[in-house]
Every structure is written in structure tokens, then in C-alpha cells.
Design a protein around this ligand. Structure first.
Ligand SMILES: [Zn+2]
Length: 140
């Protein structure tokens, strides 16, 4: 039996995020009072203290803030090597989103500060689960 790929834990508060990804749209949480972006979503704005926020579209442009090349398997569900990147979005210096990497699996060519664009990985469903979509950053 082949290893089962872990699926995202979708719950009430994150459903709009997963729905946007399925439409190949990137959204982030934004304060309705002061306009400050935040990730991950949380109830309280760190800048103004407001509890009012909503998901809003972002450009999908950013730069690589960090990355990890995984060479050791975690249960065998993912091909190796695989790379995860942390992207600093253009909207705000402290708006950082992790995601997969659609460039070379071994991270070749990746550098801190590299310009990237949002991409999406559609994962097919099966008899037990619906399809879903993940972030997969790509070179700009
Ligand atoms: Zn605020």
C-alpha cells in the first residue's frame, strides 16, 4: 500500500482560504479598520486591536525570504527531494506565506530575495476525499 499524502485540515475559519486556492486566487487576512495584512489569520489586529477583518485578494508577487530542501522522507508520502519556500509578499514586509515550490525539486537556483509569483497545485480527489489545491510558488 502506498503512503497516504496528508490532507489539509479545512475548518470553518479557513474555508474561504481553501475555496480561493481552488479558484486559483490568493487571499490573505486584512484588518477592516487599519488595512494591515496578517498571516496566519487571527482574530485580533496586532497594529490597531480591531476584531474586524476579512480575506482580501493579494497580488501574488513576492520574494523568497527562506526555503528548506527536504531530503529525508516523512512517511514516504512526498517525492524527494522536495522544497518548501517562505515568501515575503509585495503588499507588506512582514506578510510571509509558506508554500510548495514548482521550480527544481532540489531547490537549484533558489536564493533569498528571488522574485516569485504565486502558483497552484491541484491535488486530485479519490474515493475517500475531495480534490484540493495548495500554494506552489514559482519563479517570477
Ligand atoms: Zn488593524
Amino acid at each position: 500500500m502506498s503512503p497516504v499524502r496528508p490532507r489539509p485540515a479545512v475548518e470553518r475559519d479557513s474555508t474561504p482560504w481553501w475555496d480561493a486556492l481552488a479558484r486559483h486566487e490568493l487571499v490573505c487576512a486584512r484588518c477592516a479598520e487599519c488595512g494591515r495584512w496578517r498571516w496566519p489569520p487571527r482574530a485580533l489586529c496586532g497594529a490597531c486591536g480591531s476584531l474586524e477583518w476579512a480575506f482580501a485578494p493579494v497580488s501574488g508577487a513576492g520574494t523568497v525570504a527562506s526555503f528548506v530542501v527536504n531530503r529525508h522522507g516523512f512517511g514516504g508520502a512526498f517525492p524527494l527531494p522536495s522544497t518548501v519556500v517562505l515568501v515575503r509578499l509585495a503588499e507588506q514586509d512582514d506578510l510571509l506565506l509558506p508554500g510548495g515550490w514548482s521550480g527544481a525539486p532540489d531547490g537549484a537556483g533558489l536564493t533569498i530575495g528571488l522574485a516569485v509569483r504565486v502558483g497552484f497545485e491541484d491535488v486530485p480527489g479519490d474515493a475517500d476525499a475531495d480534490p484540493y489545491t495548495l500554494l506552489s510558488w514559482r519563479p517570477a
